[in-house]
Ligand binder design. Sequence first.
Ligand SMILES: C[S@@+](CC[C@H](N)C(=O)[O-])C[C@H]1O[C@@H](n2cnc3c(N)ncnc32)[C@H](O)[C@@H]1O
Length: 233
Amino acid sequence: MRFHVVTIFPELFPGPLAYGVTGKAIDAGQVEIIPVDLRDYAHDKHRMVDDTPYGGGSGMVMKPEPLFEAVESIRQKAGIEIPVVYLTPKGEPFSQKRAGEFRKGDQWILVCGRYKGVDQRFRDTLVDLEISLGDFVLSGGEIPALALMDAAIRLLPGVLGNEDSPGEDSFSRGGLDGAYYTRPSEFRGMKVPEVLLSGNHGEIARWRDRQADEETGRSRPDLRGDEGDTKEN
Ligand SMILES: C[S@@+](CC[C@H](N)C(=O)[O-])C[C@H]1O[C@@H](n2cnc3c(N)ncnc32)[C@H](O)[C@@H]1O
């Protein structure tokens, strides 16, 4: 799986993805993250990629020429029409279901905005999918791109061991994941629930389901009755 990340801050990649399970996937060659410096496609000696908005107003807008040329160059070198994803608060809210779809793709171009965002003609012409990390505004698309890649990479076969299956995570079966305890069985007077020490696997499974359901009801009642996002993954 290969991610081409178009950004004015290529040094931010792979960043945190170089660590833990995502880092192992990169080291094993299962995943490639290729930062593409948008300024390499600027047309002037100052390597400008932004300009003032038509119609006035504050802030700057990312110019169309470097964006078009960066994407066209990546596609031309690859010899295929790699899908373009623009990270934007105006996009579809990211989800575990989408992460599962990303992990099935072979190559992706992720475009990180800055300033007030990109020229609308780029969105209209070259962007296949717009993804939002949530209902808040960040200063750039780099953190959303890292989050998207992390969520997709950890779903690749073999990236998580069986003992840490993504199928048990929150949203995979609908609701949230439940509580976990580890040794010691008593810590500062707080005891691990008796059932978890009982060795009765049926009882433990029922307790976990009930506990996860209560947690979902408390924090995310909107997920109750949801069928889950990564069932077929
Ligand atoms: C300051 S934001 C621009 C926000 C834009 N003017 C708006 O209100 O929709 C600059 C860039 O950060 C990225 N960004 C900010 N918040 C984001 C979010 N919640 N999800 C995905 N990308 C985001 C986008 O790439 C965006 O182009």
